[in-house]
Structures are given as C-alpha cells and as structure tokens.
Write a protein that binds this ligand. Structure first.
Ligand SMILES: N[C@@H](CCC(=O)N[C@@H](CS)C(=O)NCC(=O)O)C(=O)O
Length: 234
C-alpha cells in the first residue's frame, strides 16, 4: 500500500503526521480555497508552504505531484479504497473534499449540479479573468503602454461581477441558505481583486451591493479567517 512517504514530494516537505491529509500551498486566492475548505470541514491536515520566492513550485519534488507547477495540491493518505490519493486543481480538490466529508455540496442531484456550475463559473471565468487584471493592473503588465488588454480584462471582470450580483439578489449565499464550495471558490477571488489588486474602482465595485454583502459575511466566518492565513509564512 502506498503511503505519504512513498511520494517524492515527501523528500522536500516531510510529513510530521503522515496519517493526516497533506496540503502543499500558499495563501493565494487559489490556495486558500483548500485551507478554508479544510478548516470548514474540520478534517485533520498538515499544511506545507510552497514558497514562490524560492520557486518551490518548479522543484522536481513539487512537479512530481503537480506537473502544472501550481498550488494548491494535496495528498490524502486515506483516499478512495483506503489508498493514498494525490490531487491538484483547486476545483477538483474542493469537490473531492466535499464528497469525502459529505459537507458543503448538496446531496440533491439538481442542487448538486447547480453548485458545481457556480464552481466552474469561478474556475473558468472569475479566476482567469481576475488574474489577468492582476497582471495588467498590479504586476509586470502595468508598465505596458497599450492599455487595451487591461481594459478588456477589467470589462470582463466587471461583467462577471454583474452576473454574480444578480445571482446573489435575495440569496444569502451563492446557493441560497446553504454555504457551499461555490462560495469558497468565488469569494477569495473577489477579495483579492479589490484588496490585493486594488482594482475595486476600476471594476465599479461599489455598485455591486449584493457581492459586497456576501463578501462581508464570508470574511466574518471563523474558518475563513483561519484559512486565509494557511499555510503560515515561516
Ligand atoms: N487552475 C488552478 C490554478 C492554480 C494557480 O494558478 N495557482 C497559482 C497561485 S494562485 C500558482 O501556483 N502560480 C505559480 C506559478 O504559476 O508558477 C487551480 O485552481 O488550482
């Protein structure tokens, strides 16, 4: 039977608790989705910091777990059939953890697919588009004289926020009364766009009152407060 110690990543990030789920991450908007999910569900886990400053995500040990050199990634020593399960892509990890724990994903098939639909809305829309706003507004792309790429991603992000705004009208969370993995996927990115990228004014964030309300409620959750700081910097 394969255990945590059989994975090459263990050489660089040794597990002190190999019986626990291992998280390899950094508190970025994609990384915190998984730490928040783990905090919300109460599963025992051990976090490992993958530092971008030292380019850890390009190390052979990390690439052995995720050849796409991106956090987050996990290994669950107690995966399906009792076998260890390695997994990358935050959306896949959220679905896996929801199914493993029976939490934060409705059992009813229609509501379940509706939740997955909004999870995919984040994975295919909000994440990539907001990320490009970060590049063109805050990082290297802000030096580009041609502002058309920046403006395109700002406009697309504002459009996605308007879709979310409409969805949240009259709803407590994305799925209504129940907090779900759709909220865990979406709101770290909304927070990041406004707080870290400083793009609130550019996307007209003030006018999205439902999005602002739900973001506030999200950030008030104790598990979210904890998850946003995991893995802690050394
Ligand atoms: N679709 C992936 C995206 C993950 C992703 O973009 N992670 C970023 C941090 S938020 C990363 O690891 N970047 C490092 C790099 O590109 O070298 C997911 O949702 O897991």
């Amino acid at each position: 039977m394969t255990g945590i110690t059989d994975f090459p990543i263990h050489a660089k990030w040794p597990a002190r608790h190999p019986e626990r789920l291992q998280l390899y991450s950094l508190p970025t908007p994609n990384g915190v989705k998984v730490s928040i999910m783990l905090e919300e569900t109460g599963l025992a886990y051990e976090p490992h910091l993958v530092s971008f400053e030292s380019n850890d995500q390009m190390s052979p040990e990390f690439l052995s777990l995720n050849p796409n050199n991106k956090i987050p990634a996990i290994i669950d020593p107690d995966g399906p059939g009792g076998q260890a399960l390695p997994l990358f892509e935050s959306g896949a990890i959220l679905l896996y953890l929801a199914e493993k724990t029976g939490k934060l994903l409705p059992q009813d098939p229609a509501a379940r697919y509706e939740t997955i639909q909004w999870l995919m809305f984040q994975m295919g829309g909000i994440g990539p588009m907001f990320g490009q706003v970060g590049f063109f507004h805050k990082f290297a792309g802000k030096e580009y004289a041609d502002k058309r790429p920046r403006d395109r991603y700002i406009a697309e992000s504002a459009r996605l926020l308007a879709v979310l705004e409409q969805r949240l009208a009259g709803r407590k969370w994305v799925m209504g009364e129940e907090f779900s993995i759709a909220d865990i996927a979406i709101f770290p990115w909304v927070r990041n766009l406004v707080d870290y990228y400083g793009a609130g004014e550019l996307v007209g964030f003030d006018k999205f009152s439902n999005v602002r309300r739900v973001l506030g409620a999200f950030l008030d959750r104790p598990a979210v407060v904890r998850g946003l700081k995991i893995p802690a910097h050394a």
